[in-house]
Design a protein around this ligand. Sequence first.
Ligand SMILES: O=C(O)CC1=CCC(=O)O1
Length: 254
Amino acid sequence: MALDLHHVVDGPADAPAVLFGPSLGTDLHLFDAQVAALSDRFRCVRFDLPGHGGSAPVTGDLTISELGRGALAAADAAGIGDFHYVGVSIGGAVGQWLGVHGGERVRSIAVLATAARFPNPDSWPQRAATVRADGTAAMVGSRPGTWYVETWAQRDPAGEQRLLDMLRAADDESYAACCAAIAAFDVRAELGAVSVPALVVAGADDPATPPSSLHEIADAIPGARYAEVADAAHLLNRERPDEVNALLTEHLPA
Ligand SMILES: O=C(O)CC1=CCC(=O)O1
C-alpha cells in the first residue's frame, strides 16, 4: 500500500538533509534531542509510522518495503533530494532497506537498535493479536527494561511517561500492521549490496535487538562502523542522547 506519512521539517533549507525513522510504538519526538543537536547545520526531516503520531492509520499487514517507499515519499513531500538516514529499530530496518534499495538519494545510513532479521520472529503475530484485542496499552508493562534501563526511568520519570504516552496513543491496527512487517523482515542476504557509509549502534543492555544483532549488520555491510552505548537498552538515542549525538556527528559530514 502507498503511504502518506506525517513529517516535520527543521533546519536550514539549503543544508544537507537527514531523514529520521522512529521505532514501533513511538513518534517522531523520539528524535527531539538529535534534532536539537543537528538542526543548526542539517535539514532534519522526521516522519511518523502509520497510525503513530500524526500519520493516518492503516489496516492489514505492512512490509518494510512499503515503509521504505513511504519514507522516500515523505522525503519527496519535504522537498529533500538526497539525504542521510537515521533510524531506530523498525526505523533502522527501513534504513537497511533504503541502503539496499534507495539508490543514489541515500548518502549514508545510521541504524540503531535494529536487526537484519529480528530475534524471535514467531513472537510478532502473537503481539499483533494481543494489541488488536487489548490495545497498545497492553504493551506498556513490558517497556521498562526493554525500551530503557530502569535507572534511566528513575532519572527521568517525565521522559518515561512521554514515551509510554506515545505508545498508548498509537493506533492498535497500525501497530499490529507494523508487527507483521517486523516478523517478515529479513535483509541478511542483501546487506553486502550497501555501498554507502554505515553506522551501526547497539544498546549494550538491549534485550530486543541485542549487540549480536547489530554486529551481524555491521559484519555484513562493507566498511560499516559498529558502536555500542553502555547503560542503554532499545531506545538508546532517548536514554543516552549525548553519546548517540556524538556518534552521529562523527558519522555525518562535517
Ligand atoms: O517493541 C519492541 O519490543 C522492540 C522493537 C522491535 C522493532 C521495534 O521497532 O521495536
